[in-house]
Structure formats: structure tokens, C-alpha cells
Design a protein around this ligand. Sequence first.
Ligand code: BGC
Ligand code: NOJ
Length: 812
Amino acid sequence: MEQKRYGHFDDLHREYVITDPQTPWPWINYLGNEDFFSLISNTAGGYSFYKDAKFRRITRYRYNNVPMDNGGRYFYLKDGDTVWNPGWKPCKTPLDFYECRHGMSYTRITGRKNGVEASVLFFVPLKKWAEVQKLTLTNQSDEVKQLKLFSFEEWCLWNAATDMENFQRNFSTGEVEIEDSTIYHKTEYRERRNHYAFYHVNTPIQGFDTDRETFIGLYNEFADPQVVMEGKPRNSHAHGWSPIASHYIEITLKPGETKDLVFLLGYVENEQDQKFAAPQVINKEKAHALIAELDTTEKVDKAFAELCDYWDKLLNIYQVKTANDKLDRMVNIWNQYQCMVTFNFSRSASFFESGIGRGMGFRDSNQDLVGFVHQIPSRARQRIIDIASTQFPDGGCYHQYQPLTKRGNNDIGGGFNDDPCWLIFGTIAYIKESGDFSILDEMVPFDNQPGSEVTLFEHLKISMDHVIKNLGPHMLPLIGRADWNDCLNLNCFSWDPNESFQTTENVSEGTKAESLMIAGLFVVTGKDYVALCQKLGKTAEAERMQQAVDAMIEAVKKHGWDGEWYLRAYDFYGRKIGSNECEEGKIFIESQGWCTMAEIGADDGMVAKSLDSCKKYLECEHGMVLNNPAFTKYIYEYGEISSYPEGYKENAGIFCHNNPWVIIGECIAGRGNDAWSHYAKILPSYVEEKYQTLHKVEPYVNCQMVAGKDAFRPGEGKNSWLTGTAAWMWYTVSEFILGIKPDYDGIRIDPCLPETASDYTVSRKFREADYDITIHPNGSQKGVKQIVLDGQAIDGTVIPYSKGHHVVEVTM
Ligand code: BGC
Ligand code: NOJ
């Protein structure tokens, strides 16, 4: 089927250019890098928050709205009788030209109508708690234009969860102040809140509105606000109900004339004793100061240039040049960009994650940082400490924590038995990138309790021990509530639709449910842990753990092999899951990925057989499905996995996160052709070219799930942006396919390529060195023959670290 296209990549500017506003789903971008964040769709929908999308929501957003993606930062232009928006929505007045450019932490939306061009640049300046909206208006006609401009933002009453439910209270709490061209939102500031928000424009205004009902009208919509339609503000002052912020500005543009207006959506915190300037009047000093830093086009342009420079530097840490543009643009731009976004948000705020649910995941955040650690190692360091601080003394841990408080989330608790292993995975990636072993001596508490601190190394040790102390009848790891696959709930046993699969654990006493995925994960991280101990001179600990790893390998070989692939698990009663003996769900991807990465039974042919089975039973046109055959009915003993219709999510969807596990398994086994073909299937740039309509979600990033071969519409994507796929795609391509692998003492070079690969170069900044590496594959899929470092041949495959600039030639 011929697929319609809605946009294209612009690699030079590192942008995705959307040329039709009616994308099959809102295609969004993220603004902000550290504290103040915004989500913005290609029609300017979305919202902003400070640090935590649940507790500090600044503007309101209604998820799953009709129509989709209603509400955002809107500019209404009234030109005669025509009212239009630069981003087409919400008026949907047909435009003469529309374009949305999503770039690195900025979005530029341009619309043209009847000879007027309105272009808005949205971004959050570095280190500033504000979203800038620079609106540039140009009169391209040959007559004078008298325009009426109305801005619009809708305040959220801070806590995004109660904002959506506690209306008996909410409709009476809203408060605002208006001062010149600034509208302040100060709901709850009179009591316990020490923060407010504001919306400012750097020009005198001719009116304003702050009450939603007055602005829109009770029976009107975002598409036809009564004030805009009448062309006259009402200067309303919100008391309760729903406060908004709208500026009214009259603009005259001569033919050819251009005007810039800078709008600023800001957030301020005050000390308790500094909250008020006078009774009932908020202290605006910090707001004034923030406005003064960004109140001219020049200042805003400078801040924007700094942001662009910041991204140039970050992306230049790893740049590849191959003969394949589609690969280069993902590696050099979009994959790295998505890794920053997932590092920042974990699974909290997207157009599929409402921001009020899951906070930061223990396993998720550890994996996310592996995709990000090369960009800003210091932030990864802090993240590791934050995560480890939510661990319990027995090595178990909270499954999630809240970004604002950094406290473990009691609602979900712990008991996901893969979680501890990921702390080792994340920490080792950090040390290899940074060379900073001192993190291991950092004193880190349990459950954030002061006085409970032990070293981070101790946390790693108890993480390993947590697996060893929780083995089942086959000496394989007990699964607990679930392992990585949150939906394989083997101790849940629920017939009650009001129970959550995640937290219900009816019968864990006496469970025999064991996980082959954790077994493989334990072997992979265990080997790394052993090597770390050796490096640290902790020989006894290295030996102790090596024995545990060896025992695990034996247990997998003995009890975890089904003949053609690795089993997935044993259930509560000790029955096989993911076996040829099963009626459905005969083979699962997770254990194939982890056990092949761990090379368990490689000498006995297990790895090769497992990888072949993935190709035979799991692979389809759009990637590898999670399990096969899909479950066609609910299985009480398995839980949520069998709740999904065939081909979706964990029930035989292409859960992109785990495809890279098998791809890495392929790379370790040296099967470059297969690794590449699996990789290209879920590489966004390939999907972008072929399947924009079918895929539906953003074509410049990975999504969590693509409907599998058993689904009604195979190839349709869902849950874009916040997925571990980003980090795993990065880890896979940067370290295993292109083969540039940070190690304690230098960079290991070990590519695994399709035999068609031609010469390529990677420029890699590493600690205080930078390397220009050229690889000559010579038709080989794997195996480095010789490395020449600054003109000298070296032994082995590790380029020893030394400061400065180095040139490396690699022959395969
Ligand atoms: C989803 C999983 C997710 C879990 C935890 C389930 O409904 O299918 O992907 O990890 O919820 O929130
Ligand atoms: C999404 C969750 O964020 C992640 O933690 C989990 O491992 C996968 N779903 C698979 O269920």
C-alpha cells in the first residue's frame, strides 16, 4: 500500500519537518533539559511542568480528548473576519502554508494566511525555569495589516491528579494577579505552596483575560473562543473556576514589515518568609528578574544560540559517518536525542504516559542511563545515587520513585526480582564511560533513611546476593511479582477486574515461579561484576560470585533449555512456560536475548539454535514479536500478559525494547547480517520511509510497541518516546554494531556488521581524549585483525586511554 507522507528529515538542521498538520497522531517534541519541561505537539498542543509532571503541573492538559490533542499554547490571529492559528489548531482554518520543525529541544511552527506569516519558536533556555515563545509576524502582502492577537494558556491547579478529579474544591481555589503585561497564577499560594507561575509578553497589551469561561464562553470551544470571535478582550479577573492567561495585542504591519514578540511562561519559587510583597500580593522580584533576562529578541536569540551550541557539543561526543544516511541520522541525531528524553522522564510524561502514574522506574532508569551516560556522566552519577537510595537492606528495592521527592513509591512497593541487577548494569556503564571508580565509595542510604548509609559497592553486592538468595527449585531465580516483563504475573492469580496485576500477589508463599530472563541477566551482569571486583583487587568476592555465575549457567543448561530455544520461566506450580510443550506462548524473546548475550551453552550450539528460532518463530516484517503463538485466552496462572488481545503489548506485540537483546546476542555470536536485518526493521528512519500512515506515531523516534504479526493491524505503533528501546538501540548500535565500546582502561573496538558494510569513521570523545576512528570491514562480519593507533600497531582490541587527540585505523 502506498503510504502518505507527512514530513521528512532535515539532517543539516537536525530537524524533522512536518508539512501537514493532520498527522495520523500528534507528533510531539520535548522542550527543556533539566528542571522546566514542556511537551509540544506539531499543532502546539501539550503542557509544561517543573521537575515533576504530577506535583508541579503548570498548564493543564486533557489526555485522550475528543478531538485528540486539544489544549496547549495557542495564538489566535484575527485578520478582518478570519481567525487562524499558526499551528492550524484549534481553529483549523485552512492555511496557505504550514510547517512544524521539531529540533533538538526546540520546535518552530510556521503558518501563513492571507499574506501574513506567523512563526513561533518554542524552547526552554538552559538553566531557566521558563518556556520562551518567540512569535515573529511578517506582512508578506502589499497592504497594511491590522491584526488582533490573542495568546492563550490554561493553568493547571498544580497537582495534575487532583486537578482532574476534586472539582468540589478546585472550582473555588483559583487565583490570579495581573501586573502590566504579566498574568500571574497563584492558586494555593496563600497557604502551603511557595511557587507561582506567570505568562508574560514583552510589549504593552491592550487587554487581557484570565477567566476561562469569560474568554471561551460556556458553549464555545477552543476553536471559537467568544472573546476572539468578537475581537474584544473582556479584562476578566478569575476568582475560582478555571484561571487562564490571555494577552490581547493590536498590531499594525506595513507591507514587508516584521515584528517579534517574546512570550514567556515562567515558574518561580520563594522562601517561606519572602512569599508576599504585601498582604495578598505575591512577591514578584524573581519573576521580574527572569523576565528581564529574556525580554528582547536579542536576549532570546542569544539564549537560543546557547541551546543549539549545547546540543552541538553533546551530539559531537559520538558521530559516525557511514555510506548510509538513514543509519547516520539515527545514530548522530535522533537516537541520542531520544536517550536524553528518556533519561529525563523515565516513563512519566508523554502522550501515552499521563505524568501522574509511574514516576521513575528502578529498572527503567538504570537502563535509560546507559543510553545517556556518554552525554553528561555527572548527571548519570547523581541518578545512580538517587536510584540506589531507594533500595532496601536485603537488596530488593522500590519499583518506582517520584522525581520531585526522590522517595520510593509505596503504592507499587517492590518485589520485582530483576530490579536489583539493573543497578549493576547502570553503575558499570557509568564507570566504564567516566573512569570514575570513586562512585563506589559514595555512602548511599537504604529507603532514603538517614543513618542507614553503606557504600554504593555494598549496594551492588547485595543486589547480586538478592538473586542468589531467591532461587527456586531448579536453582533458577524466583521471579517475584514479575521480572522485566511486568505482565508475566506468575504469583498473582486474579479473577477480580478491580485488582491491579502489578500489585496483586495472592499466593507468593511457596511459589516455584522462576525466570530464565533473570537467569540470563544475572549471568551477564554477574560476569561484569566479577570483572569489576578483579579490577578492584577484591579477589575473594570475585571468586565467590564467579561460582554463583557458573552455577547459574549450569542451572540454565540443565533446566532452562527446551531443545530449540531457552525456556521462559517456570510457573507457580513448576510447569514450563515458553516451551514446545505449551499450547500457546511456546517461545518468548526475553530469555533468548539474555541467555544468548550471556553465551550460555554457546559451545553446545544453544546460542545459535536460539537465535535461529527467533528468526523462525518471532521475526516478522516489522520486527520480532515478544512471544509466539500469541495467547488467545486469559490464563489465570499467567496474569496480564494474556489479558491483551493477540499481537498487542506484551502478548506478541513487537515490544521494541527487547529486540536489541537478541540483536546483541547476534553480535556477540558474530552474525552481523542477521543483527543488521533485525536492527533495520525497528530503526525509525527505515520505518519513516515506508510506513508513515500505518505506523501512526512519530517517525523520528522509537515507540515502545509495534503491533505484531497476530494483530489486526500489524506495524501500527503505540507508546512513542518513553521507552527503554531508546537506550537499547543506542547501546546496540554504538557498542555492538559499530563496535566502539567504553571499557575501564580504554575503548574496545569490536564491530559486528553486515558483510555489505563499507568503510566508516567514528569520532568519539571519551573522558579527556578524542578519537578519530576509521574502520575497514573488508567484507567481514566480525573480528578485528589489526588496530593502528597514531601510526603504531597495537596488541589486542582495546585502545589504551590517554588524553588528547588520537587517530585510529582498524582493519577487520
Ligand atoms: C504494561 C507494561 C507496564 C506495566 C507497568 C502494563 O499494563 O503492559 O508495559 O510495564 O503496565 O506499568
Ligand atoms: C514497560 C515498563 O516500563 C518496563 O519496566 C517493563 O519492563 C516493560 N513495560 C515490559 O513489561
